[in-house]
Each structure stands twice: as C-alpha cells, then as structure tokens.
Design a binder for this molecule. Structure first.
Ligand code: NI
Length: 150
C-alpha cells in the first residue's frame, strides 16, 4: 500500500466525470488499498478515486461504522433532507452547510464486481452523496447553502 497525493481544488481534474470501472483486477485492488490508506492518513471519512488523480468510479468510505468500497455506485433512493456542515480533503480549510437527503440507498459493486446495496443515514448519507458527486465532477461547494469559512 502507498499513500497517494490528494488532488486539491484548482486542479481541473476535479471537475471531470469519472468512467465506469470495468476490470476488477489487481490494479483496481491496489488503487483501493492506496485510497484507504490515503483517506485514513488524512483522517477523512471518504475519498473518491478522482481525488488521487484516477478518473474511475471508485470510492472508499469509513464513517466510523466500518470500511466500505463502492465501485460504480448509484443512488437508488433518497428520503428527507438534512442541513449539516461539510468539508472535503481536496478543499482544506473550507467548510459549508449543504442540503443532502436524510437517508439514501446506494447500489454498488464490491472489489470483485459483486453488486451490493447500502443504506446511509445522517453522516453516512452525506458521505455517499458527497463521494458520488465527486465521480460526476461536483464539489460540495457547488451545493453549499451557507458558507462557514474559507
Ligand atoms: Ni470530497
């Protein structure tokens, strides 16, 4: 495993749309292992592949209730709304309040290509939405309803 550099705001790659993962091979597993280590070292709760410069639809998340990997994730349902403060490892020092669904359901493949379903509430729902936004070139600042600083 290796810690990779986290791409920071201003780099145009963050606005690009990531491509579907098609090969569930050693190269993907290496990327996921590196993303996990990079996220943990940065004390993050989520990281998308584009944030380490790879335009593939892969995300790692750990909101404190277990580490998960989402490959080719799609939000299948959203309920309610929440207004909470959000930040991003690619925008150090910035935060702001966003409007996100209170509950989301996501389907995604695991590192072997198997489809799984997940339910996220609260922080985890925000995290799912935030990371999936990254795969479409969207930053939380595009969704801020009230800026806190930065
Ligand atoms: Ni982010």
């Amino acid at each position: 495993m290796a810690i990779r550099n986290i791409v920071k705001v201003g780099d145009p790659i963050l606005a690009k749309k990531s491509r579907q993962v098609e090969k569930f091979d050693e190269r993907l597993w290496q990327l996921l292992d590196d993303m996990r280590q990079t996220m943990e070292q940065a004390n993050g709760v989520g990281l998308a592949a584009v944030q380490v410069g790879i335009l593939r639809r892969a995300v790692v998340i750990d909101c404190g209730d277990g580490y998960i990997e989402l490959i080719n994730p799609e939000i299948t349902s959203k309920e309610g709304s929440q207004f909470e403060e959000e930040g991003c490892l690619s925008l150090p020092g910035q935060s702001g309040v966003t409007c996100r669904p209170a509950v989301v359901r996501v389907k995604a493949q695991d590192r072997n290509g198997k489809w799984c379903v997940y339910k996220g509430e609260g922080l985890k729902a925000r995290c799912f939405c935030h990371e999936i936004d990254h795969l479409d070139g969207i930053l939380f600042t595009d969704r801020v309803v009230r800026k806190e600083n930065g």
